[in-house]
Design a protein around this ligand. Structure first.
Ligand code: PEP
Ligand code: MG
Length: 321
């Protein structure tokens, strides 16, 4: 099966009823981008820029950041690249960026909140992205957005930096992670202000179920196929579609066999998974029909818990085998 998937890795992922799903990958550096291309990845749906900061003992300079983005764009050979601005705090510490000691770091200064609190860091990163944007198809994404207010502040900073550099923002898509329940529930209010959404199912699951994603005992029941999470995904894709925007998924669910049919049924346009599983995800999509997936997703949203959804998925796989 894997050999079959690999043989068709460069073919698009189109469902039996003709719906094309963009299959992208999550990466951290240029080397990963080369592997993504070799695996048939159509885009980068999430560049985790934390890696560049973690690999350095001090803040990387603006030109180092620009060069690293240029290296990724060169490897991608004109495929689109979603660059997420620095997402630290919570489970992602950065030694030289001291954050306040908090009782609940996951509910404190993390993601875009850090960027807005320390705009020098955010502005520098945005300038590096904007300068590199002439070398490919850069899309900019803000992490951990929880309100329209934060999004507007971030967009204003981006617009100011673009103007100062003389970069035209019309050609650069700007999107946000949907990984906080408030953002999913308010997706209709947020959608007019973005070009796309990308659902971070890791954090969205953690915040929806109130289970720490790294908890040694509880993480195993923090299942992203919980109907509560699926309903939030549906709210997001519905709002995006109404506004004419696209929705991706870049959390772990995008590469999970049980999740792919449900995500297709919930109306996502792009799946961004870990690079090694790109060929399998594409192959799986080709064997689905969106219409059947929609019924499956409706049934899953009506389940009582994730275990029921998993059981439903077992039965579904059996019908395809
Ligand atoms: C997520 O939260 O699902 C996500 C993709 O971001 P990260 O895992 O980097 O927090
Ligand atoms: Mg996240």
């Amino acid at each position: 099966r894997d050999a079959e998937a690999f043989a068709s890795k460069d073919e698009p992922a189109i469902t039996r009823d003709g719906v094309r799903i963009e299959v992208a990958g999550n990466i951290a550096k240029a080397e990963d981008a080369l592997k993504l291309v070799a695996n048939g990845g159509e885009a980068v749906g999430l560049l985790r820029t934390e890696f560049l900061y973690e690999a350095s003992p001090v803040f990387p300079s603006e030109s180092e950041q620009e060069q690293s983005i240029r290296a990724v764009l060169a490897a991608l050979e004109s495929r689109p690249l979603v660059v997420r601005t620095l997402d630290v705090g919570g489970d992602k510490p950065l030694p030289y960026l001291p954050l306040p000691k908090e009782d609940n770091p996951f509910l404190g200064e993390r993601g875009l909140r850090v960027g807005l609190d320390k705009p020098v860091v955010l502005r520098q990163q945005l300038r590096a992205l904007l300068k590199a944007s002439d070398a490919g198809r850069v899309r900019i994404m803000f992490p951990m957005v929880s309100s329209l207010f934060e999004l507007k502040l971030a967009k204003r900073i981006l617009a100011q930096e673009a103007e100062a550099l003389g970069v035209n923002l019309d050609d650069i898509e700007v999107g946000i992670m949907i990984e906080v329940p408030s953002a999913a529930l308010m997706a209709d209010v947020l959608a007019p202000h973005v070009d796309f959404f990308s659902i971070g199912t890791n954090d969205l699951t953690q915040y929806t179920l109130a289970i720490d994603r790294g908890h040694p005992k509880l993480a195993a029941i923090a299942d992203g196929l919980h109907p509560a999470v699926l309903r939030l995904i549906k709210a997001t894709t519905d709002a995006a579609r109404k506004a004419g925007k696209w929705t991706g998924v870049c959390g772990g669910l995008a590469g999970e066999r049980d999740a792919v049919p449900l995500l297709v049924g919930l109306g996502v346009d792009e799946l961004s998974c870990s690079v090694p599983v790109i060929p399998q995800v594409k192959q799986q999509v080709r064997n689905l029909s969106r219409e059947a997936c929609e019924s499956l997703a409706d049934a899953a949203m009506a389940c009582a818990d994730a275990a029921e959804v998993r059981a439903q998925m077992q039965a579904f796989h059996a019908t395809l085998d």
